[in-house]
Design a protein around this ligand. Structure first.
Ligand SMILES: NC(=O)c1ccc[n+]([C@@H]2O[C@H](COP(=O)([O-])OP(=O)(O)OC[C@H]3O[C@@H](n4cnc5c(N)ncnc54)[C@H](O)[C@@H]3O)[C@@H](O)[C@H]2O)c1
Length: 324
């Protein structure tokens, strides 16, 4: 039952690969190891994966169809967890083409790959809470209208959902898109606030706090996300669907104030944050909050890690990994 994981050297891909390998399932990890953030961190994750039985890594770019085709040639792919993407909302203001390339061309290429993968049983792919744009009626539900994205990143993720729907309609490819809500945890992403805040607070440097910290985020611990991803990709659809494509929110269902989040980090590091107050950033949204009724009903998904516990694990990992 081989699973192809794209973005396997990335944060969520690494944890998903570990979880599948722990179940004794073979994994082919694919990543282009780009330098959006430290390739050394991506390689360190791969070194961990290389020690596990059943893991194979292929360096390839999903935006290059020939590389993708060569990567899977002769392999019997039963499941796909497609996580490779250009992530980050703020970066999409300065580097729009990276998003078009990886998230639109790359996603279309993955769908073409899935179309001709004869043994494929299910493909799960990453969407994002950012598709909900600046909606203020909380929590966000899968039935909400999502046609007003406020960043190019969000627009590409919504486009991915639409392309996936079309492919499932045309070629009966069983797919599930998961709208992730701010994922954090050990081996995380250096471009995200939980990482930069921890790094700067420990170094006594100033942190940039947008909108006076008056923002709500549904922070989701990575193990909870991975539990959901693995459950869905290994189970497939649990209800009859006219078009075999489903979309679910996957979040903690407990939004936290950014200021409380900073206070937890201050307590965990034993240091006071030096704050630089800045206005709301273009492309950012004031609140995210996942309604998880659907994924709970269909897959029994239940996040179990609260923010204090999850951040304590992150800070402990960070201090040990960087010896600070
Ligand atoms: N972490 C979050 O809070 C969050 C929230 C919402 C959605 N997501 C989505 O979840 C997925 C995984 O996110 P993550 O946090 O692990 O990010 P990440 O950046 O750590 O992982 C993505 C990986 O994909 C690889 N990649 C990017 N473009 C590629 C390409 N063209 N070809 C091959 N590999 C490529 C990168 O090198 C990276 O290792 C992404 O699709 C992201 O948009 C993440």
């Amino acid at each position: 039952m081989t699973t192809l994981i794209t973005g396997a050297a990335g944060f969520i891909g690494f944890h998903t690969a570990r979880a599948l390998l722990a179940r004794g399932e073979p994994v082919i990890g694919l990543d282009n190891l780009n330098d959006y953030y430290s390739p050394a961190l991506k390689r360190a994750r791969l070194e961990r994966l290389a020690t596990e039985r059943g893991f194979t890594f292929v360096e390839a770019d999903i935006a290059e169809m020939d590389q993708l085709t060569a990567a899977v040639a002769g392999r019997r792919i039963v499941r796909i967890v497609h996580l490779a993407a250009q992530a980050g909302v703020r970066h999409s203001l300065d580097n729009p083409h990276a998003y078009v390339r990886s998230n639109l061309v790359g996603h279309a290429n993955m769908l073409e790959l899935a179309r001709y993968a004869d043994a494929l049983e299910h493909m799960c792919y990453a969407s994002s809470s950012s598709v909900y744009g600046g909606r203020t009626d909380l929590p966000f539900r899968e039935t909400d209208r999502v046609d007003a994205p406020v960043s190019l990143y969000a627009a590409t993720k919504r486009a991915d959902e639409l392309m996936s729907h079309t492919y499932s309609h045309l070629y009966r490819i069983p797919q599930t898109g998961l709208r992730f809500f701010t994922v954090y945890g050990p081996w995380g992403r250096p471009d995200m606030a939980y990482w930069t805040f921890t790094e700067k607070i420990l170094a006594g440097e100033q942190i940039q706090v947008f909108n006076r910290g008056d923002m709500l985020r549904d922070f989701t611990y990575v193990d909870d996300i991975v539990e959901g991803v693995v459950r869905i990709v290994t189970t497939g659809h649990v209800r009859p669907l006219e078009v075999p494509h489903a979309l679910y929110n996957i979040g903690n269902n407990r939004p936290e104030r950014l200021n409380d989040f900073i206070a937890i980090l201050e307590r965990l590091t034993g240091r006071r944050a030096v704050r630089q107050e800045l206005p709301m950033q273009p492309g950012d949204v004031p609140a995210t909050y996942a309604d998880i009724t659907a994924i709970r009903a269909d897959y029994g998904f239940e996040p179990t890690t609260d923010l204090d516990t999850g951040l304590a694990r992150f800070v402990a990992w960070f201090r040990q990994h960087f010896n600070v």
